[in-house]
Design a protein around this ligand. Structure first.
Ligand SMILES: Cc1ncc(COP(=O)(O)O)c(C=O)c1O
Length: 426
């Protein structure tokens, strides 16, 4: 079904490392990625003319759907692309993010990774502390400090960490998600500048917080004088203001990226009035030029025009309500198949996002979640679905709904998933 994609992939080996423009594109099941001809709404067509329902949606980068009309219109009508001058769009995006997340002051980067990198520097600078705290099996982009996992309760560099400058266990403490005592222990020495966390883990399957866990982390941070930074890059799926708004969280800072530009590169971080004041009064910090936070193209007119249109007209309150209802339909389909084929698996959801797991109960920690993954099963399901016109994210089993996803598209997944289970289990 994919001869032209294979041919293009073979040609790409001439000039691209491993034949792909970005190394994770090698992770698509089937030996090579399919090549894109067109992406619109929740649909993708490959160069061989195969049509797909796209539930991968650029691993959240296209949560707004592919090429949403208001975003494309804003791009056609650009004031410019990059000039080093601000546009009014930046203020409109800042105002909208402040309204959604309850944090008054925002800055923009080109990726969520950079938003995380910069807020870690800010946190270290304003607290005068050296370490950060992250959770076991977290992912926050390619941020050096975060490549640490727990092995038998001891922090170790994450397996496969490429060329670390320093051993990340020197910069980072690690706690277990949903285990407040491990957070308390990691904060005990008073050397942690900030806790960087997703409000629900999303990169090792979805691990939801138990009642009281996030409030407990907030309280421990306040007591220890550490800032609480919530990374909403993926958990924006919970609603227009992510989990921060949906669950009434009170972070000192929020980081974002991917979806808010409708697919155009952008990242952002927002801080509380108190943190803003501490940053602005740090006279020894060269924030404007060579202090280590910033980027030439960050805050450019193109990214912010895309984000303005995407936030104001595409990823709206009404769109999230629709996406969440579609996700419920997706989950119902998956659960019907589990029951029909007596598969001892579960599915976990967060707003517009859902993920099936190879274990009977939702994992409650990163370690439990990592133990429930099975790369061969994943590859089987990903390839089975791809061959029947459904794409899910290549990294694990995540499926995401966008404002343009239809019930028929969800049902196409339900049917293909049911056939996959029938062949596997019956
Ligand atoms: C929670 C979270 N934060 C940050 C990032 C980094 O995003 P990007 O790769 O666009 O910089 C990711 C990427 O998957 C993520 O899952």
């Amino acid at each position: 079904m994919h001869p032209r994609s294979r041919e293009l992939h073979e040609g790409a080996r001439r000039s691209l490392l491993a034949g792909v423009p970005m190394s994770w594109m090698s992770m698509w099941a089937g030996g090579h990625p399919v090549y894109l001809a067109e992406a619109r709404g929740a649909g993708v067509v490959d160069v061989d003319g195969n049509e797909y329902v796209d539930l991968c949606l650029g691993d959240t980068g296209a949560m707004a759907g592919h090429s949403p009309a208001p975003t494309v219109a804003a791009l056609r009508d650009l004031a410019g692309i990059t000039t080093m001058l601000p546009t009014e769009d930046a203020t409109r995006v800042g105002d909208e993010l402040a309204r959604r997340f309850g944090l008054p002051s925002w800055q923009f980067s080109l990726t969520a990774t950079d938003a995380n990198r910069w807020i870690l520097r800010m946190a270290r600078h304003v607290t005068g502390r050296r370490r950060v705290l992250v959770f076991n099996w977290c992912y926050h982009g390619t941020v050096d400090e975060t490549f640490v996992t727990l092995e038998d309760g001891v922090a170790r560099p994450r397996e496969g960490n490429v060329g670390p400058m320093v051993d990340p266990t020197e910069t980072t403490r690690v706690a277990e998600f949903n285990e407040l005592s491990s957070v308390e222990a990691a904060l005990a020495e008073g050397d942690v500048a900030c806790v960087l966390m997703e409000p629900a883990l999303t990169n090792i399957g979805i691990v939801l917080p138990e009642d009281g866990f996030l409030a407990g982390v907030r309280e421990l941070c306040t007591r220890a004088g550490a800032l609480l930074v919530i990374d909403e890059t993926h958990t924006l799926s919970a609603g227009p203001g992510g989990c921060t708004a949906a669950w009434g969280l009170e972070p000192d800072a929020v980081t974002l990226g991917k979806a808010i530009g409708g697919g155009v590169p952008i990242g952002a971080y927002g801080v509380s009035a108190e943190v803003a004041e501490r940053i602005m009064s740090a006279e020894d910090a060269d924030l404007e030029d060579t202090g280590g936070v910033g980027g030439t193209l960050a805050g450019n007119a193109l990214s912010l025009a895309a984000a303005r249109a995407t936030l104001e007209e595409v990823l709206t309150e009404a769109a999230f309500a629709r996406m969440s209802a579609l996700r419920e339909r997706f989950v119902a389909g998956v659960e019907r198949s589990f029951a029909a084929h007596a598969a001892p698996w579960c599915v976990v959801s967060l707003g517009a996002r859902a993920e099936y797991r190879f274990c009977p109960e939702p994992p409650r920690t990163g370690a439990e979640s990592a133990a429930a993954s099975d790369s061969r099963l994943e590859e089987y399901l990903h390839l089975y679905l791809l061959n029947r016109g459904v794409l899910i994210t290549p990294f694990h089993n995540m499926a995401l709904m966008c404002p343009a996803t239809t019930e028929a598209e969800v049902d196409r997944h339900s049917a293909a998933f049911d056939e996959a289970l029938a062949e596997l289990v019956d």
